[in-house]
Every structure is written in C-alpha cells, then in structure tokens.
Design a protein around this ligand. Structure first.
Ligand SMILES: N[C@@H](CCC(=O)N[C@@H](CS)C(=O)NCC(=O)O)C(=O)O
Length: 229
C-alpha cells in the first residue's frame, strides 16, 4: 500500500482566496506543507507550476493524486476530511446547498469584483482607475451580503460555515483598503465582520492583507485611501 503524503498548498497569502484556505487550515489544525508562489514576481508562470495548474492561480492544493485549483473546492475537500464536528460544511442537504450557494456568490460575484478592481489598480495605477464604478459594483455586493444577514447571524445560516471563511478575506480586502463597511449603511454586515475578526484564525488574514497593502503600495507608488491603525 502506498503511504499517503500530507497535502501541499501552493500559496501567496496576499491573495484573499489563499487566506481563506489558510484560515481553515488553522481552524482545523491540518498538517499541510506550504509552498510559496510569489505572484508579484510572476512565479505562477513557472513551467513546473503551470504543469500543475494551467490557470496559473493560487491557491492550488496537491493532495496525493488530487490537484485542486480553486479555494472553494479546496476548502470543501479539507472540510470533508477534517471538519469532524461537521458544522463548517454541514451534512444536512439544505444547509449544505446554502453554503455552496454562498461559495459560488463569493467566487463569481464578490471576489470577481474585488479582483477586477485590484487588477486594474495594478495595471493602471490608482489615479487612473474609475473608482466610482468599482465602488458601485462592490457596494452592490455589500448590499447582497447585508440582505443575507438580515434573518441569520452568518452567511449561510446561524452557524459559522465555509461561506463565512470564504467571504471574510475578500470583504476585508475591499473594506480595509478602499470602501469601509460602515455600520450606518450595512449594520448587519458590520456586526458580522466585527465578529469574524474575533476568531483566532483571523490573524492569518490580517497578516496577508497587510502584506498585500504594502506590496501594492510599493509597486504602484500610491497609498490606499484607508490606512492601517
Ligand atoms: N476562484 C479562484 C481564484 C483564484 C485567483 O484568482 N487567484 C489569484 C490571486 S487572488 C491568482 O493566483 N492570480 C494569479 C494569476 O492569475 O496569474 C479561487 O477561489 O481560488
């Protein structure tokens, strides 16, 4: 019988989806080997990495013969094996499909809009970006999240799930760098965000986000409107 190796996560913690995986790994105390892929030096285009993931993106997880190339799928895979309490990725169908619905929202709506803004800033420089356009798009995403939280304390119900861990890294990126989640406008979202920041694992997100801020500001020679305390 071949011995199973521990999973390898290719990462750059300046990336929000990577930070979600790292938060989950910390919360479930999973033994994972971490291999850094420096996105700002183009390491994702190295031949060996492209052979693993032709989408040239992180996070990428190699778990023995499995290669997974999307944070949402990686989180589901890890939770399937290590979420013994079965709360983060609930077994009950209705709860599980709600979590999946929110993971798709994160992937196709929230992260897409965050990524459109950040890539444009990197490409053109902040002063050349139509900030009002992106603000409208991202605040629409805040509004959707506010709506989800009107009748429940977390994104996919009352308990904390993968949906919350997935969304908080992207939301924090937008909120801490560009458009703060104001209590006066999005009271439920503001409250949920504050609660998420109390998690021990949130420290992982704080660290990666701070690195992103510094790298982008240094590379692009600008300052984000929102600065760290
Ligand atoms: N849907 C993917 C998005 C992954 C993604 O776009 N990662 C970015 C960093 S935030 C990346 O690796 N970009 C490098 C590139 O596309 O070359 C996920 O959730 O994992």
């Amino acid at each position: 019988m071949t011995e199973l190796k521990r999973p390898i996560l290719f990462y750059d913690d300046r990336s929000p989806p990577v930070r979600s995986c790292l938060m989950l790994i910390k919360m479930l105390n999973i033994d994972v080997e971490l291999r850094f892929v420096d996105l700002f030096k183009g390491a994702q285009f190295d031949k060996d990495f492209l052979a693993l993931n032709p989408q040239h993106s992180v996070p990428t997880l190699v778990d023995n013969d499995l290669i997974l190339t999307d944070s949402h799928v990686i989180m589901i895979h890890l939770a399937e094996q290590y979420d013994k309490a079965e709360t983060l990725w609930p077994k009950a169908y209705k709860q599980r499909i709600q979590v999946l619905n929110r993971l798709f929202f994160e992937c196709s709506f929230l992260f897409r809009r965050d990524s459109d803004l950040m890539s444009e800033i990197m490409r053109k420089g902040l002063d050349q970006v139509d900030v009002a356009y992106h603000e409208r798009k991202l605040k629409e995403a805040y509004q959707a999240m506010e709506h989800y939280l009107e009748k429940q304390s977390n994104m996919a119900g009352d308990q904390l799930t993968l949906a919350d861990i997935s969304m908080v890294t992207t939301l924090s990126t937008v909120s801490e760098l560009m458009f703060p989640v104001l209590a006066s406008q999005w009271s439920h979202l503001h409250c949920w965000f504050a609660t998420m920041q109390q998690l021990d694992a949130y420290q992982v997100n704080r660290l990666g986000l701070s690195k992103l801020r510094h790298t982008m500001q240094q590379t692009g020679h600008f300052l984000f409107p929102q600065q760290e305390d």
